[in-house]
Design a protein around this ligand. Structure first.
Ligand code: SF4
Length: 364
C-alpha cells in the first residue's frame, strides 16, 4: 500500500538503524511526544533495533491519557441525564471515571453514541430537537479544527440543543513544562507529525533555541521514526539545536492555515489540567466568549466536580519521561487493560498499554 509499505521496508529499516549506530558516540535521551509513535515503537520493536546509548522516553501526547479524571466524571454526569444524547469518539467510552465508564452509563439506559466526526453530532442535534446533544471535544491540535467547526456550524444553524465538553490540550506548552522542569531528563524531541500537519512547526524554533534542544518533526511508520531519531542524533552529536522536518510528505512549516483559522475563531488559550501532571499554564483551549453558549460544563452545571486519582498510579511521571511503565509497582498486577488504574493503561496509545501488549517480557 502506497505510503505504508515503503515506510516499512525491512532493508531500509535495518540500514537506517545501522546508520544511527555509526553516528552515535554517547548516551542520549529522546522523547517521542506522541502516543501513536510510542505504540509504533513498541509494536515494531524499534526500541530493540537501536544502539544501547539511546533511551527513548514516552511523552504526554496521548489525548485519552491526559484528559483529567474529573473531565471523565463530568462526561459521566452529563451522559447519565435522561434529556441528553452524549456523543464521543469511541476511545473515550472505555476510560474509567471515578466509579464507572461511558459504556456502563449506556448499559444502564444512558443514550451514549460513538460518532466519527463532531459534525455527525451536529446532525444528531438537528434530528432530535427535543434532546440536548453533547459532544466530548477532547484531544490535541489534531482534532481541534473539526471540533471547532462543529460549534461554528451549530451556531450558524441556530441550534440551542448542541454543546461541547471541551478538554483540548496543546503540545508547545507541554514541551516548555517538560524542558523547564528541574527534574527534566529529555535532551531532544520527536515532534508529533499529525499535530504539525495542522499547526505547522513555526511555534517550535523558539523552544529549541531557549532550551538548546533539537526537535525533529516525525511521522509514524518505522522508517519515519528511525529517520527522526537519526536526524535527532546527528544534531545532538554535532551540538546543534534546531527544528527539522522528517515528515515533509505531510507537514509544512506554516501548517494548515484554514484549520488554524477556525481554531482561532472558536477557541482561546486557557490553563488546562493534564491527567497525572497537573495544571500547565495556557496549555489548553477553551471556548471564546462569543461561543460560551455552547459550553456543556456551564449548561449542565458540572464545573464543581473534582476527582481523586489512584494513589498507586505513577502515570504522571511516565508522561514526563521520568519513569517507564514497567517501573510502576502496579504494572500488570493491580493494573491491566481489563482493570486499568490510570489512563495510560486504557488507551491503545498509552505507554502502559503499549508495554503491556508488546513488552510483557519486562513484567517482574
Ligand atoms: S501501570 Fe497502571 S497504575 Fe501504573 S502508571 Fe501505568 S496506568 Fe498507572
Amino acid at each position: 500500500m502506497k505510503y505504508i509499505d515503503e515506510y516499512r521496508d525491512a532493508d531500509l529499516v535495518k540500514k537506517t538503524a545501522a546508520e544511527i549506530g555509526r553516528t552515535i558516540t554517547q548516551p542520549w535521551t529522546i522523547m517521542e511526544i506522541c502516543g501513536g509513535q510510542t505504540h509504533a515503537i513498541m509494536h515494531f520493536g524499534i526500541d530493540q533495533l537501536l544502539p544501547p546509548e539511546i533511551e527513548l522516553v514516552h511523552g504526554p501526547g496521548c489525548p485519552v491519557c491526559v484528559t483529567p479524571l474529573e473531565q471523565i466524571d463530568k462526561a459521566l454526569a452529563i451522559a447519565s441525564r435522561p434529556d441528553v444524547i452524549f456523543t464521543s469518539y469511541g476511545d473515550m467510552l472505555r476510560v474509567p471515571g471515578s466509579g464507572r465508564d461511558l459504556f456502563s452509563v449506556r448499559a444502564t439506559g444512558g443514550d451514549v453514541r460513538v460518532v466519527y466526526s463532531p459534525l455527525d453530532a451536529v446532525k444528531i442535534a438537528q434530528d432530535n430537537p427535543d434532546k440536548q446533544i453533547v459532544f466530548f471535544a477532547i484531544g490535541f491540535e489534531t482534532t481541534a479544527p473539526a471540533n471547532a467547526m462543529s460549534v461554528v456550524q451549530a451556531k450558524a444553524l441556530g441550534l440551542s440543543n448542541y454543546s461541547v465538553l471541551v478538554s483540548h490540550v496543546r503540545v508547545p506548552p507541554a514541551m516548555h513544562a517538560i524542558l523547564g522542569s528541574p527534574t527534566n531528563r529529555v535532551q531532544s524531541f520527536l515532534a508529533a507529525g499529525h499535530v504539525n500537519a495542522v499547526m505547522g512547526y513555526w511555534e517550535y524554533p523558539s523552544i529549541a533555541e531557549k532550551y538548546r534542544t533539537p526537535i525533529v518533526v516525525t511521522g509514524f511508520e518505522p522508517l519515519d521514526i528511525l529517520q527522526g531519531i537519526l536526524m535527532t542524533v546527528r544534531q545532538l552529536e554535532e551540538g546543534r539545536a534546531t527544528v527539522e522536518n522528517a515528515y515533509p510528505r505531510a507537514v509544512t512549516f506554516e501548517g494548515n492555515k484554514p484549520a488554524q483559522a477556525v481554531i482561532n475563531q472558536v477557541f482561546r488559550d486557557c490553563d488546562r489540567k493534564w491527567r497525572g501532571i497537573g495544571t500547565i499554564p495556557a496549555s489548553g483551549w477553551c471556548l471564546a466568549p462569543e461561543f460560551v453558549a455552547f459550553n456543556a460544563e456551564e449548561r449542565f452545571d458540572v464545573q464543581q466536580i473534582q476527582s481523586e486519582e489512584s494513589p498507586l498510579c505513577i502515570s504522571g511521571l511516565i508522561l514526563q519521561g521520568l519513569h517507564k511503565p514497567d517501573e510502576c509497582p502496579a504494572f500488570g498486577k493491580e493494573c491491566t487493560p481489563e482493570h486499568p488504574l490510570g489512563a495510560t493503561m486504557v488507551s491503545n496509545e498509552g505507554a502502559c498499554a503499549a508495554y503491556y501488549r508488546y513488552r510483557r517480557d519486562l513484567m517482574a
